[in-house]
Design a protein around this ligand. Structure first.
Ligand code: ADP
Ligand code: MG
Length: 167
């Protein structure tokens, strides 16, 4: 299996920019699982994704519904499964429909998605490493998606090297 690729961002805008780059390479049927605790930057990444897809509406969290739909170059389905421990049949059916649709799905709190539905998903794990620093780790994914992370991963290596040289 391919090695995970890590990108470090130093502010909210860098996380949005990463999301936007993902949005520009996204294809119908892409499902992104965004894992990580509150405040890790999942929704911020989705805001970038929306920007990269050319969505004009503001992306907020789908708090009282399972999914929010946005129109861009291709549709974006922002799905939030927080608080869903046991999936009911209706939710499962809705998810299967979103995952197999003509759009991109970005799923926060995806742990309750059953394996058969989760198998095609791209996993991105986010963590806060400082007040404004976030670490985003990409697991196995299509080359066009890995490329987005690889470019920025090299860039953050460069930043680390420059900082290290200064000390
Ligand atoms: P989640 O959806 O994972 O709960 P949000 O994206 O809603 O997280 O919130 C992330 C919070 O962290 C926002 O308040 C944002 O301004 C802040 N933040 C600070 N630095 C970053 C960064 N590098 N990337 C993303 N968000 C950041
Ligand atoms: Mg969120």
């Amino acid at each position: 299996m391919a090695e995970p690729i890590v990108v470090e961002t130093g502010n909210e805008e860098e996380t949005r920019a990463l999301g936007a780059a993902l949005g520009s390479v996204a294809e119908p049927g892409d499902v992104l699982f965004l894992q990580g605790p509150f405040g890790a930057g999942k929704t911020t990444l989705v805001q970038g994704l929306a920007r990269g897809l050319g969505v004009e509406d503001r992306v907020t969290s789908p708090s009282f519904v399972i999914a929010c739909e946005y129109q861009g170059r291709i549709p974006l389905y922002h799905i939030d499964l927080y608080r869903i421990e046991q999936m009911d049949a209706t939710t499962l059916e809705a998810l299967a429909e979103y995952f197999g649709s003509d759009g991109v799905c970005a799923v926060e709190w995806p742990d309750s998605v059953p394996v058969d539905l989760a198998s095609g998903a791209v996993r991105i794990t986010l963590a806060a490493t400082g007040e404004d620093e976030r670490r985003l780790e990409l697991d196995a994914a299509a080359p066009r998606i890995r490329e987005v992370f690889e470019q920025r991963s090299r860039r953050s290596d460069g930043v680390r090297r420059r900082n290290a040289a200064r000390h």
